[in-house]
Design a protein around this ligand. Structure first.
Ligand code: CMC
Length: 392
């Protein structure tokens, strides 16, 4: 009989070779194409990071301009897609809408679904990066009953997204450059994270030859779960549920109780066992945004700060190496900016799209790629003979 390695959760199996992102979980390091995340978050900006992830090197000025122009040209979605949005219930979760709409992109953009054509792969990548913010913003506008706001291509990527979410035709809205910078940083920090669950989903879907839009829709579906991208929504909702500082011990006790499935959302990571370098940058950004908006005594924020302090000092969390992750702080920023919790995971999805597509392209170009097909250890019944229903 065949013998297989048993590795539930893939804690010790490398499924591919990749030159895109490096993580050192013990040192708390994250690099995109060799560049530390802290430097990129500080000195670069999201579209440059997209270029880096997709093509492997930082662009020169002309290359960057050309790339930005290409992305900007594709920010609008097909007008008929508006009808598709209107088919959803208004109270649908924006992630539900996004899974559907992004999956449907292959029905609207056939001319970039041939995975064997390099040019079509390139166009699909650009279309996805360009249109995801528009789609996420439309999902939001639809959910609150406001008209869709078209992309405005004289704005940078992050400002354009904020404008599509927060401007209304009847009022003048101007994006605050500091908030736009914080938004851009959130995009950068989420852009890629090697073979996490949703990226592995994209690769697995792509390994069968499925088109890129279908693969990214699969990634979005996987990201939605609360153990993964859905943790940012879950973390803020947990902070709100805790409500006041005096109730924190009750929740800490629940997190430690093995018979209680409750986990402290926004804490822990499969790979980072020291600290999450994204969380460090995000925390600084959160402080800046809250200062800028003059938010100091918000109860949710007080709970967050106290919870972080207690968890970092508590033996259980120290022993299990549980630290606040990126999702713990991103929700605080997004909430301060005015996003409802249901938009947190869509924002993660639009940021991660570039990582998914870069990994997908890498996989398509890798001669070692085979269809992903895990095996199993069968633990079901031994062979037995069928018994007709009248004799059972
Ligand atoms: N609260 C309380 N206990 C926890 C937590 C937590 N957040 N996370 C892990 N543990 C415990 C867990 O019960 C286990 O205990 P024991 O050894 O006694 O069985 C131990 O720590 C190891 O945890 P694990 O579940 O085996 O670790 P994992 O690598 O399978 O899971 C994780 C990692 C991120 C899914 C998990 O820590 C978790 O569910 N955290 C909360 C959700 C979250 O914040 N997710 C976002 C991750 S970062 C962004 C992203 O990737 O999308």
């Amino acid at each position: 009989a065949d013998v297989f390695t048993f590795d539930p959760g893939f804690t010790s199996t490398a499924a591919c070779e990749s030159a895109i992102t490096f993580i050192d979980g013990d040192k708390g390091e994250l690099w995109y194409r060799g560049y530390p995340i802290e430097q990129l978050a500080d000195q670069s900006h999201f579209l440059e990071v997209c270029y880096l992830l997709l093509y492997g090197e930082l662009p020169d000025k002309a290359m960057l301009e050309d790339f930005e122009n290409r992305v900007t040209r594709h920010t609008m979605v097909h007008e008929q897609m508006h009808n598709f949005f209107r088919g959803f219930r208004r109270d649908a979760h924006p992630m539900a809408t996004m899974v559907g709409v992004v999956g449907a992109m292959s029905a609207f953009y056939h001319d970039s679904t041939d995975i064997n054509d390099e040019w079509q792969r390139e166009v699909a990548a650009i279309r996805l990066i360009a249109k995801l913010p528009t789609i996420a913003a439309m999902a939001y506008k639809y959910s609150i009953g406001q008209p869709f706001v078209y992309p405005q291509n004289d704005l940078d990527y992050a400002s354009n997204f904020l404008n599509m979410c927060f401007s209304v035709p009847a009022e003048k809205y101007k994006v605050d450059p500091a908030l736009s910078k914080a938004m851009d940083r959130i995009f950068t920090l989420h852009a890629d994270h090697e073979q996490n669950a949703s990226t592995s989903t994209v690769r697995l879907a792509g390994s069968s030859g499925a088109n890129p839009f279908a693969c990214i829709a699969a990634g979005i579906a996987c990201l939605w779960g609360p153990a993964h991208g859905g943790a940012n929504q879950a973390a803020l909702e947990m902070l709100k549920e805790i409500g006041t500082v005096d109730r924190i011990p009750e929740y800490i006790a629940r997190a430690k109780d093995k018979s209680d499935p409750f986990k402290l959302m926004g804490f822990g990571h499969r790979v980072y066992k020291n600290f999450d370098p994204r969380a460090k940058v995000m925390k600084e950004s959160a402080d800046e945004v809250l200062d800028l908006l003059g938010i100091h005594n918000n109860p949710t924020l007080q709970v967050a700060k106290e919870l972080e302090k207690i968890a970092l000092e508590d033996d259980y969390f120290i022993e299990k190496k549980l630290y606040p992750n990126v999702d713990f702080y991103s929700g605080i920023i997004l909430s301060a900016m005015g996003f409802p919790t249901s938009m947190f995971t869509p924002i993660f999805a639009l940021s991660r799209t570039v990582g998914w597509i870069a990994q997908w392209k890498e996989m398509i170009g890798d001669p070692q790629t085979k269809i992903g097909r895990p095996r199993q250890l069968y633990v079901g019944p031994k062979r037995r003979d069928y018994v007709p229903v009248k004799s059972r």
